[in-house]
Design a protein around this ligand. Structure first.
Ligand SMILES: CC(C)(COP(=O)(O)OP(=O)(O)OC[C@H]1O[C@@H](n2cnc3c(N)ncnc32)[C@H](O)[C@@H]1OP(=O)(O)O)[C@@H](O)C(=O)NCCC(=O)NCCS
Length: 172
């Protein structure tokens, strides 16, 4: 089983007991609307289905705070090289997303041998754009993308992160 650790965080597999945290934090429209795939309203049934599909997947991680085991959010590396993440709203603004994404990306580049990753951020979500920029990702075009929670297409900025750019940023 793959567990990743960083200074303040543990990235671990999903567990059945995560259902409440998932439903509570993703039941917040401000979180769901910034993602492409998460529906709104989001109920425990959605969470149960996500856990059933994701708990055997090595690339789906719960973001847990090391010091107290609190469930902060989730981060996934998709088969096509796209990664996505979210945190419950009380946990925004502490650098957790940058730390979690940095750890996942390090894993993808060093242990899994990936060369390129990508992620998108909706034009009204500059915080996520900043997370990606801090990793070393570069703008790679913009296009409308469907947001399940909003039920409409929103302008999305695509970001490309190469192994070389990530290493350069880490060294800077
Ligand atoms: C986006 C999200 C993951 C960020 O999590 P976080 O832990 O607060 O992010 P971090 O603290 O690591 O970094 C956020 C950065 O954005 C900056 N930021 C925050 N709000 C901003 C704004 N309105 N405009 C520009 N930058 C902003 C912060 O200052 C910080 O940058 P800094 O470290 O250079 O100061 C979180 O807000 C979230 O889960 N949102 C809902 C779901 C989502 O957006 N998922 C991503 C989909 S692409």
């Amino acid at each position: 089983m793959c567990i990743l650790e960083s200074e303040r965080l543990i990235l671990r597999r999903l567990r059945p007991s995560d259902v409440t945290a998932l439903a509570v934090w993703l039941g917040d429209y401000d979180v769901a609307k910034m993602t492409a795939r998460i529906p709104y309203p989001y109920h425990e049934d959605h969470a149960l289905d996500f856990i059933t599909r994701g708990q055997g997947n090595d690339h789906v991680f719960v973001i847990e705070r090391k010091k107290d085991g609190v469930f902060l959010g989730e981060i996934t590396l998709h088969e096509d090289g796209e990664f996505g993440y979210w945190l419950g709203k009380p946990f925004w603004g502490f650098g957790y997303a940058t730390e979690a994404a940095g750890r996942l990306v390090t894993h993808a580049f060093t242990m899994l041998g990936w060369e390129r990753l990508n992620a998108g951020w909706f034009c009204d979500n500059p915080a996520s754009g900043q997370v990606l920029a801090k990793l070393g990702a570069r703008h790679n075009g913009s296009a409308l993308r469907h947001s399940a929670a909003r039920g409409q297409a929103v302008l999305c900025h695509d970001m490309l992160l190469t192994r070389a750019d990530f290493l350069r940023k880490q060294a800077a």
